[in-house]
Design a protein around this ligand. Sequence first.
Ligand code: IVH
Length: 675
Amino acid sequence: MIHKEAQKRIGILTEHINQHAFQYYLLDNPTISDAEYDRLMNELIDLEQRYPQLKRADSPTQRVGGGLLDHFEPINHPTPMLSLQNAFTKQDLIEFDERIHRMTGFTGDLEYMAEPKLDGVALELIYNEDVLEAAATRGDGLVGENITANARTIRSVPLKLNLEKFTYLPKTFAVRGEVIIRKKDFEVLNQKQIQTGEKPFANPRNAAAGSLRQLDSRITAQRPLFAFVYAVCAEIEGITTQKQLLNLLAELGFQTNPHAKLCVGVEELWDAYTRLQQIRFDLPYELDGMVVKVNHLDVQKNLGEISRSPRWAIAVKFPAHQETTVIRDILIQVGRTGAVTPVAVLDPVRIGGVEVSRATLHNQDEIDRKDIRVADTVFVQRAGDVIPEIVSVVVAKRPANSKPFRLPDSCPICHGAIHRIPGEAAHRCTNINCPAQIKGRIRHFASRAAMDIDGLGEKLISQLVDKKLVTGMADLYKLDRYTLINLERMAEKSADNLFEALHRSKSPSLERFIFSLGIRHVGEQVAKLLVETFPSLDELVQSEQDQLEKIPGIGPQVAASIQSFFRDKKNLDELKRLGDIGVFASMTSHPKPLSSARPLDGKKVVITGTLNRMDRSQAKRIIQKLGGITVSSISKNTDILVVGDNPGSKLDKAHKLSINILTESDFLSLWENNK
Ligand code: IVH
């Protein structure tokens, strides 16, 4: 290949792979298969080896990590990386605001940005021209460690900035932010650590810190790191506020946090803090407070700093989300797949404003790892998930007669055998007629995102199963009014409503029906993928493992689970029984949307202007995934307008009709938080 051709091909490959990586890692929407991706990547690696001088600054080959270091070089920060003073109460915040008024002489309410305080590791990124040149940890605030190779592996760190519109940026400048690991990714990472015999990390922050400080960047590349940025160490023409700065960063290609909010005065700040506290456990990553920053950059500059902290910012910390309490008992729950989950019954304790009296212990391995026993005093937290967890045992307070806890050999509900399937962490009750499993399956079948049978709640399901009135899904539709009215707490009106709901649920969409069946590993997303390939239930039932595995997003484990479900005579009999009584009798796909709460459910969305970080078809796909419907023209029925550059008349019309407006970065953030 001649030099010129190589240059052209390297350009095409670089752009193609980068575009795909953006789709895959940031939009969760792959456009090519993994095999195709690997092929393109290998071709690029090969060409770059042959023509090293042609390697581009934004080459995706840097994302996979490279050589091994024996230590990190020191690197001077262009300006010190400061820390923040802490506040804990509204009074602390009032005093901070008063101090700023006093020092600046301003009267009236001041503008502040309220930003989530991300519980991660500080990162500095230095760009020269538009290329990521170096990256550093905080270190002692003046000198950090050079972790450039590691930072390059983080997909949300742009290797090259999107500078098209910003000719007035300084040649070199530093951007600062926080590297985090999302709660879900943390769980998966820790499982992997355990499986490979490594020590699990204590929390996502430790995992992020450890991953960022790997001497072998190939290891960092395999860690699910994510970077949000919030500061620039340079004055930028035309940027006068922190809010504008965050918008600029997003347009340059960085990820900024969607929950940053402009507030005027202390009351609005306190409202924002209360709101963050409410949503923190629902967010995909951990926060430890809210950072308040004076919005105007010239005011920040005048206020300056004192003892390594800026006077213009403060961290309002959340109250501790760990408490100690005592385990009174360990109960065993049996789920719809037979999975046995040990649950600790606790002396009730308030954590972050919520009373906690139970905590999941996950499985026997987790109990062994933490050596959790009945009567232990333990630290409990509400962190990684809404479900509280035991962090550790206070061994010094353990009673002398305590014994290690072991899961029972037989199911406490049906007395069937409990086994651990090799390769799985969970123990399972092996009796598929176990009432606990039946209840779980019916609960799932009736749930909102499944058949949506209103009025068929947990207590009623329990009664129906315990009285042996229901042993499978089809039995629900055979219940008669007399039987129902004679159940405890069942008024005539409720029975009528339940009948009505059962009747309404009889013709679900195919994807909803597949999801309802409770096939292991088949959630709403997989059900949707299946329907795209198999438009009828018959075709799905007949499908072969290799056909299933060919579907992007479906791996061998999921395919095997689907196969074994439809090869099982009991399941096929149940499908037949359902069909016979008119549930999903047609066995064809009915295009009816799933009704799990998605942020744009049923909303009509119009896109206008030029989008910089995605094309129209990607934007439409995202809208669809968020539950919305893309429409082309604006009317009073439009719910949302997504605005790119040069929006034209649609924006004016949207303003007149008071339609909600999302910028491109708002829109991406919405996706980021809901994908
Ligand atoms: S501003 C001088 N904004 O909190 C300004 N920091 O305790 C300092 N942090 O070292 C940074 N989220 O690592 C800022 N939205 C945010 C933040 C944030 C988390 C971390 C950061 C900093 C530490 C200060």
